[in-house]
Design a protein around this ligand. Structure first.
Ligand code: NDP
Length: 329
């Protein structure tokens, strides 16, 4: 069926400025790491993307190796763009990345100029795009000079293949260095993409302060701790779940001790009139230095639930204290 986007999609949508840049992001962005690959049901992913856009989600995050198989999330996303989003490219903020393993041999992984620029060309080809909005170095490569990796990102911008650049999972020190190198190439560092959730607070120990000082935005990935910070595992491990698939969410995270904490957090969420997923997303957004919460969703129901987080973003001091007593790193 022909997709006609909801004409009211921006009526209540809010946006948050990305660092000191000119760009804004939706408070909740959608990532295609899982559930959008060749092994998944295409129409389910397509429905999720359409629904997200209808609800004011303008930012979609990909990487070269999202799937499985690698590359297939970009291929599927490209097909969705062609089928449903013709004429809407200028309303979308699309990102991709390179850094983790993509193809065999030494030039298909890491932070070399050869890998990053070849990978970006392949990502553009798979998605059928002339440019991505943001191109990331997906992870720090300690064996590659930072000048080379940042030089590749700057080249992507100079070649018109990316509008902005970002880095993911870099330490505060390396972030500072990266920003400096990029600046000298005339390309500002737009954004950092770190993991962040109630259960994973590493960015509070220096990175957020560094980003704030540098005027760089922050998009927090896995704010739901891959599903642990939702009502998903309160009563066992459902068939349709990452934990069941024994993929990226290992069963040891579902220890009775962890689940006890999650149940207590669920009670706090209930007291706020929210689901746990909504509270977990609101929690990462409570800090103004976090531009966007980057979530995943298996289906439209999960997406709808998560997007409703923005209905209640404020926390009282007592609530935050109580959350801290159950959710620690
Ligand atoms: P989340 O923490 O949001 O986990 C998403 C998973 O949580 C879903 O697949 C689903 O699990 C479950 N879930 C989501 N919403 C709900 C809900 N409302 N109720 C119950 N369960 C729910 O994020 P991801 O780990 O998926 O990461 C999000 C994005 O971040 C990725 O797509 C990617 O773009 C980016 N990312 C970046 C990384 C990097 O190195 N830069 C690394 C990892 C992610 P289930 O499928 O089991 O139902």
């Amino acid at each position: 069926m022909t997709y006609i986007p909801d004409s009211k999609r921006y009526d209540t949508a809010t946006f948050r400025r990305c660092g000191k840049s000119g760009i804004v992001l939706p408070p909740v962005s959608l990532g295609l790491w899982q559930n959008f690959g060749g092994a998944d049901v295409f129409e389910t992913g397509r429905a999720v993307i359409r629904r997200a856009f209808d609800r004011g989600v303008t930012h979609f995050d990909l990487a070269n190796n999202y799937g499985p198989p690698y590359g297939s999330a970009e291929e599927n996303f490209g097909e969705i763009l062609r089928k449903d989003f013709r004429g809407l490219r200028n309303e979308l903020l699309i990102s991709s990345k390179a850094g983790w393993d993509m193809w065999p041999g030494p030039y298909g992984i890491g932070g070399s100029r050869k890998y990053l620029l070849a990978s970006l060309d392949e990502s553009l080809e798979r998605m059928g795009l002339d440019y991505v909005d943001i191109f990331y170095s997906h992870r720090p490569s300690m064996d590659v000079p930072l000048e080379e990796t940042m030089g590749a990102l700057a080249s992507a911008v100079h070649q018109g293949k990316a509008l902005y650049v970002g880095i993911s999972s870099y330490s505060p020190e390396r972030t500072r260095e990266a920003a400096q190198i990029l600046k000298s190439a005339g390309v500002p560092l737009l954004i950092h993409q770190p993991s962040y959730s109630m259960l994973n607070r590493w960015i509070e120990h220096g990175l957020l302060a560094t980003l704030d000082e540098l005027g760089v935005g922050c998009i927090a990935f896995s704010p739901l701790a891959q599903g642990l910070l939702t009502n998903k595992y309160l009563h066992g491990i459902p068939e349709n779940s990452r934990a069941k698939a024994e993929g990226s969410l290992q069963k040891e995270h579902l220890s009775e001790e962890n689940l006890k904490r999650v149940r207590s957090l669920n009670e706090i969420a209930k007291g706020r009139g929210q689901t746990l997923a909504q509270m977990a997303i609101a929690w990462v957004l409570r800090d103004h230095r976090v531009t966007s919460a980057l979530i995943g969703a298996r289906n439209v129901a999960q997406l709808d639930d998560s997007l409703d987080a923005v209905k209640k973003l404020d926390f009282g001091d007592a609530e935050l204290k109580e959350i801290d007593s159950y959710a620690r790193e």
